[in-house]
Write a protein that binds this ligand. Structure first.
Ligand code: IPD
Ligand code: CA
Ligand code: CA
Length: 271
């Protein structure tokens, strides 16, 4: 695939290259569909008091499932809009898909959202693709093969001091249960860092840590489809992830702290 030829060249084996191609094709296809519907009126349903789903989330997911079934047949998929709890395991190879990360932004015409697709096997992410269709930015990574933005290599920042750091965060949908923790974390973080962003798409927050637009990112209660692809991007770009106690990261645990690595301890201390 021409668009990711350098990324493919750095894949450590042929199978991984095929999986990366499949992930990128599916992300690009769904992203084009999302972009084509961006200015149309939306059919919005509620999954909770403030948790939206639009017809475009569902259409993007259907397009991704069809593309993955064709490009990489036989691999189970955990996709946000059709996920069921018995699928919540990473023991076997499984695609983890967020068809539209940043649905609230999409529904409000705020042009910051993405498609996120990862393949996780034995607790490790093998390939990842995150596509922001409004900027035509395709982030991808393969285990051991580096992280890429539009086929150029990306690295995390070298920021060492919190006061020079731009930090991303997000607020869980179940805000009535988490408000005290959200406010405590914000109160600890805000006076110590240069500034905080809540841009509204966790997959992009992680991709932005990977490419150096953010120095770090934290959020509670994210789901595997929000973080699986960004996890690999950050690690392949030289960064680190953990939970809020410093334990190794898994997209199946509800705390995500990502950084350029140099800031991880200081951010852990604040949280
Ligand atoms: C949401 C976004 C948001 C984050 C939420 C996620 P969705 O995903 O990533 O930034 O704060 O926790 O659920 O619902 O737009 O796919
Ligand atoms: Ca999401
Ligand atoms: Ca979503």
């Amino acid at each position: 695939m021409h668009r990711i030829s350098h990324a493919l060249h750095h894949c450590t084996d042929v199978t991984r290259g095929q999986l990366l191609t499949a992930a990128c094709r599916a992300a690009l296809e769904a992203g084009q569909l999302i972009k084509s519907r961006y200015t149309q009126p939306h059919d919005i349903a509620m999954k909770g008091a403030i948790n939206l789903v639009t017809e475009t989330d569902l259409a993007a997911e259907a397009a991704i499932l069809a593309c993955l079934a064709q490009e990489a047949p036989g691999i189970p998929v955990m996709a946000e809009e059709s996920a069921s709890t018995h699928q919540l395991t990473d023991a076997h190879p499984i695609w983890i898909v967020d068809p539209l990360d940043g649905t609230t932004n999409f529904a409000h015409g705020f042009p910051h959202f993405a498609v996120s697709i990862a393949l996780v096997d034995q607790g490790r992410p093998l390939v990842a693709a995150i596509y922001q269709p409004m900027l035509d930015e395709l982030f991808c990574a393969s285990l051991g093969g580096g992280a890429w933005l539009n086929d150029c290599p990306i690295r995390v920042t070298e920021t060492e001091q919190l006061i020079n750091a731009l930090i991303g965060t997000g607020f869980p949908y179940e805000v009535e249960h988490t408000l005290a923790d959200v406010m405590r974390q914000l109160a600890a973080m805000l006076p110590k860092v240069r500034d905080i962003r809540r841009a509204g798409a966790a997959a992009l927050d992680l991709a932005y840590v990977a490419c150096g637009r953010l120095d770090g990112f934290y959020e509670m209660n994210l789901q595997p489809w929000d973080t699986a692809a960004g996890w690999l991007l950050v690690e392949e770009a030289g960064g680190r992830l953990s939970d809020f106690s410093g334990a190794p990261f898994s997209p199946f645990v509800p705390q995500t702290l990502a950084s350029n690595g140099r800031l991880q301890q200081a951010l852990l201390h604040l949280l």
